[in-house]
Design a protein around this ligand. Sequence first.
Ligand SMILES: O=C(COP(=O)(O)O)[C@@H](O)[C@H](O)[C@H](O)[C@H](O)COP(=O)(O)O
Ligand SMILES: [Mn+2]
Ligand SMILES: [Mn+2]
Length: 345
Amino acid sequence: MDNVIGLEIIEVVEQAAIASARLMGKGDKNEADHVAVEAMRQRMNQIHMKGRIVIGEGERDEAPMLYIGEQVGICTQDDAAKYCNPDELLEIDIAVDPCEGTNLVAYGQNGSMAVLAISEKGGLFAAPDFYMKKLAAPAVAQGHVDINKSATENLKILSDCMNRSVEDLVVVVMDRPRHKDLINEIRTAGARVRLISDGDVSAAISCAFSGTNIHALMGIGAAPEGVISAAAMRALGGHFQGQLIYDPEVVKTGLIGESKEGNIARLKEMGITEPDKVYNAEELASGQTVLFAACGITPGTLMEGVRFFKGGARTQSLVISSQSKTARFVDTIHMFESPKNIQLR
Ligand SMILES: O=C(COP(=O)(O)O)[C@@H](O)[C@H](O)[C@H](O)[C@H](O)COP(=O)(O)O
Ligand SMILES: [Mn+2]
Ligand SMILES: [Mn+2]
């Protein structure tokens, strides 16, 4: 699959990031999201592929672009026969979040990115627009920490696996009222907490890279972002587990339907009959090949944000492939006009 899509997906996330970065700090999260969606879709539809969006713009808000089920790529267009023989192409599933961290972009804060994950048809869990309890940790702790264990137990395991004291561990948690007890528990156990307002994809993936000073992600975020994080973590060999959260009482914020019972029924309609199942990275991103690409919109732990200069912009992306077993950081200079000079670094 790597060969089919090549490095084109880098441009997909780069274009979305550049478009969104223009709106950085403007206080308009919807517009920052909208332009990223448009740019991502436009570039995606130039790729010689037969893709289907399985995680995209909200399943309930009838989004006009990159909605779940939308066909993308040249080979899905009406005039596809002009460009390719669609029958010869591998069908692929795509999970997108063109602007992950819309609030971060709108308020000029760190940690937003344009991101996507790709696998063969059926290779990504089509997560419903629900919440997900998540546990991410470095590869060395893979299979040792467990979402069913308490934070205290997991911190002890993590400290053993990483050969460092609990006090030397940093756990990222989303700053939400639902995490009050979790945060207290982590602090009582001796670890330090980094609270984030948004952007748990970046936090999850950062666990797999030493040097980020992020050793675990704990708590509840959105389910679609969980699948995207899992795709990267699977390819990186990091630990990721997710469990759908369908009880509005547990999440305390956000809109996930009226009642727990109603949500269980909704999940059943979607074919999810074990609503409490804990999924690991290999189940959330189960395809033979998984590709992940992200481009920083605002600066983050993993990537720089978009930097504009006269006549161009510079971006940094991360592309992870389970096939070539690579995590590639890509530094790109985009020349909109003919810039007078291009800085080496
Ligand atoms: O921060 C996030 C928002 O993503 P986006 O809407 O694409 O800008 C995600 O990283 C989180 O995973 C998640 O969406 C968030 O936790 C939703 O929960 P809440 O804000 O508490 O309702
Ligand atoms: Mn998001
Ligand atoms: Mn988004």
